[in-house]
Design a protein around this ligand. Structure first.
Ligand SMILES: Cc1cc2nc3c(=O)[nH]c(=O)nc-3n(C[C@H](O)[C@H](O)[C@H](O)COP(=O)(O)OP(=O)(O)OC[C@H]3O[C@@H](n4cnc5c(N)ncnc54)[C@H](O)[C@@H]3O)c2cc1C
Length: 514
C-alpha cells in the first residue's frame, strides 16, 4: 500500500497544518514525531525544552486522536527512523514543514534529503512561516510575508475517517531527559507546554492584556503580564504564526473596535510577528551566523580574550549588578525574561565583560524556554555589535535599574539579599559602607559575600569596549563590507510600511481563537 509519512517537527499542532493537509489529500498517512538523541545532545538543548515538548506532544496526540489519527512518538534520529520504517513498510512520500533550525537539525535535514533521493521517496516540505527557503530577495520580502499571513488557514479534509497506517513495531515510551543526556534541572516555574494553554494565553492577550503591551513590555515586572508570552508556543509550533496574526487582524477589525491604547498594543504585537520571521530569515539565508560573525570584519575582536571568571560570574548570577543578577535568577526559575532584559544581559556580557557571543548564546539558549535559533543567534550578534549593520546599543545595567525598576521591586523579588539593602544603595550595593553592611546584616564583596562586587569598573570597561568596537568599525574594509550585509539581511522598512496598508484577509470561520 502506498502511504505518506507526516513528520511532525517544530509544528506541534493540528490547526493550520498545511503539511498534514497535503498528506491526507494524497492518501493514507503515518504521523510521527522523532525524539532525536543526536539533537538533544547538542549544547543548546536543555531539560526544560525536552519536558516542554513532551507536554506539547500529549496535546497533539489527543488532537490527532479526536480526528481519527494516531501520533507515533519514536526515539531515533530521523534518518535512522526513515530507514527502519522503509525497510519494514516502504512508503512513497514524506510531508513536513520547512524548518530553520540549528546546525545539527540542518545537517539532519540534509541527511534525510539524501536518503530520500537514494530511496525514491519524495519529501514535500511546506513553509509554515513567512520565511523563504534559502536566500531571499529582501526587497520583496515584506510583501511575501504579508501574502503568506493573509492566506486562509489550512483545514483538514472533511472525511469521516482518515486512512492511517500503523507503525510496524511496538515503540517504547519516550525516554526521560536524563537518559537523553540532559543534565540540567527543569525550571520549576516555566510555562507548561501544549496547544490548550497556548490558546488560553493568546485569547487573554488579544482580548485584554494587549492593552498594556505598549509601555508595559520594557519593565521586567510588568512585562510578565503585558507581553503575550506566546514565544515557546510559536517556537514549537503549538500556534501557527498565521493564525495568531489573523486573530490580531480580526480583533482590530471587529465591530467593537479596540480603544486606541488597545489598538496600539495589537499593532505593536503584530509587528513583532513580522520580526519573528524577519530574524529567522537571516539564519535561513546564512546558516553560518550561528557560529561566525555576520560581519567577518569583526573576527578576532573578542575570540582570544575569553575571561572564564567573567563568564562564571554571569552564568551564576554573581556579576554584582543587581538587575543583571536578578534576571539570571528569574531565568533560572522560569526560563523567561522580557526582550529589554535579554538585550541588557547580552550587552553586559559583550561590552563591560567583553565576552564573545558564542558561549553566552549557548548558555542563554539553554536558559530560554522559547529558544528559536533564527531569532536567538541574530539577536545575540545584534546586541554584541557584530552584525556590522545595526547601531551598537549598549545598555547600562545601573541606568536600566533606575529606569525599569526604580523601587527595586524586581531585584528584591529575585535576590533575597537585596531585601536587606536600604533604598540608598539599591543600584550600587557594593558601595555600602562597612558599618552599614553590619547594620543590615550583609556582607558585600569577597568570595562568600551575600552581594558580590562587580569584577570590572562599569564605566571604564564600557568606554574601553566602545573604543575597540568603533575603531574596528571605522576601518575602510569593514565599512566597505557593510553594504552587502544590508542587501542580504537588512530590513526594508519602507516596503514594510507600504505592505502594512494591505487590508488583512481573515477568515472568521477558521479562527478557532475568538
Ligand atoms: C539576545 C536575545 C535573544 C532572544 N532569543 C529569542 C529566542 O530564542 N526565541 C524567541 O522567541 N525570542 C527571542 N528573543 C526575542 C524576544 O525577547 C522574545 O521573543 C520575547 O521576549 C518573548 O516573549 P513574548 O512571547 O511574550 O513576546 P511578545 O513581545 O509578546 O512577542 C510576540 C512574538 O513576537 C516575536 N518577537 C518578539 N520580539 C522579537 C524580537 N525582538 N525579535 C524577533 N522576534 C520577536 C516572538 O516570536 C514572540 O513570541 C531574543 C531577544 C534577545 C535580545
Amino acid at each position: 500500500m502506498s502511504y505518506s509519512v507526516v513528520w511532525f517537527k517544530k509544528d506541534l499542532r493540528l490547526h493550520d497544518h498545511a503539511a498534514l493537509r497535503q498528506a491526507l489529500d494524497a492518501g493514507p498517512v503515518l504521523c510521527v514525531f522523532c525524539v532525536e538523541p543526536h539533537l538533544w545532545r547538542q549544547a543548546d538543548a536543555s531539560t526544560q525544552h525536552y519536558r516542554f515538548v513532551i507536554e506539547c506532544l500529549r496535546d497533539l496526540w489527543s488532537e490527532l486522536r479526536s480526528v481519527g489519527l494516531k501520533l507515533h512518538v519514536v526515539t531515533a534520529d530521523a534518518p535512522d527512523f526513515m530507514e527502519r520504517l522503509f525497510a519494514a513498510s516502504p512508503f512513497k512520500r514524506i510531508y513536513s514543514h520547512q524548518e530553520t533550525g540549528n546546525g545539527a537539525s540542518f545537517q539532519r535535514d540534509i541527511a534525510v534529503a539524501r536518503w530520500c533521493c537514494a530511496h525514491g521517496v519524495a519529501w514535500h516540505e511546506v513553509p509554515q512561516f513567512g520565511v523563504q527557503r534559502g536566500s531571499a530577495n529582501r526587497d520583496a520580502w515584506s510583501r511575501h510575508w504579508h501574502g503568506h499571513m493573509s492566506l486562509p488557514q489550512s483545514t483538514l479534509p472533511t472525511a469521516s475517517a482518515h486512512d492511517t497506517v500503523p507503525l510496524p513495531w511496538v515503540e517504547p515510551p519516550p525516554p526521560d531527559a536524563l537518559t537523553l543526556g540532559l543534565q540540567q534541572p527543569d525550571k520549576p516555574r516555566r510555562q507548561a507546554g501544549g496547544r490548550a494553554i497556548a490558546l488560553q494565553l493568546l485569547r487573554s492577550f488579544i482580548a485584554d492584556r494587549s492593552r498594556q503591551y505598549r509601555g508595559g513590555i520594557s519593565s521586567p515586572l510588568r512585562a510578565v503580564d503585558a507581553c503575550s508570552r506566546s514565544s515557546p508556543y510559536l517556537t514549537w509550533g503549538c500556534l501557527s504564526v498565521r493564525e495568531v496574526w489573523q486573530a490580531v487582524q480580526y480583533r482590530r477589525a471587529s465591530e467593537a473596535p479596540p480603544a486606541p491604547k488597545h489598538l496600539a498594543g495589537l499593532n505593536a504585537f503584530g509587528s513583532r510577528l513580522h520580526w519573528h520571521c524577519h530574524f529567522i530569515q537571516k539564519l535561513e539565508s546564512e546558516p553560518s551566523i550561528e557560529f561566525h560573525n555576520m560581519h567577518r570584519g569583526y573576527d578576532g575582536l573578542r575570540e582570544s580574550e575569553h575571561k572564564p571568571e567573567h563568564f562564571a560570574a554571569l552564568v551564576s548570577g554573581r556579576t554584582g549588578w543587581p538587575l543583571v543578577d536578578a534576571c539570571v535568577a528569574m531565568l533560572r526559575e522560569t526560563g523567561w525574561v522580557n526582550f529589554r532584559m535579554r538585550a541588557m544581559l547580552v550587552s553586559v556580557a559583550a561590552y563591560p565583560l567583553w565576552l564573545h557571543w558564542r558561549p553566552v548564546g549557548e548558555w542563554l539558549a539553554t536558559e530560554f524556554l522559547d529558544y528559536e535559533p533564527g531569532i536567538h543567534w541574530s539577536q545575540m550578534q545584534m546586541q554584541s555589535g557584530t552584525t556590522g549593520i545595526n547601531t551598537a546599543r549598549i545598555y547600562n545595567p545601573i541606568k536600566q535599574a533606575r529606569d525599569q525598576d526604580p523601587e527595586g521591586r524586581f531585584v528584591r523579588e529575585w535576590l533575597p539579599a537585596m531585601r536587606k539593602v536600604p533604598d540608598t544603595w539599591l543600584f550600587e550595593p557594593w558601595r555600602m559602607p562597612a558599618e552599614m553592611q553590619l547594620r543590615c546584616g550583609l556582607r558585600v564583596g569577597g568570595p562568600d559575600a551575600d552581594i558580590p562586587t562587580p569584577l570590572v569598573d562599569l564605566e571604564r570597561a564600557t568606554r574601553l569596549a566602545k573604543i575597540r568596537l568603533f575603531a574596528l568599525r571605522a576601518q575602510p574594509e569593514v565599512k566597505a563590507a557593510k553594504a552587502a550585509i544590508v542587501r542580504q539581511h537588512g530590513s526594508r522598512t519602507f516596503v514594510r510600511k507600504r505592505a502594512g496598508k494591505v487590508p488583512p484577509v481573515a477568515v472568521p470561520a477558521q479562527l478557532e481563537l475568538l
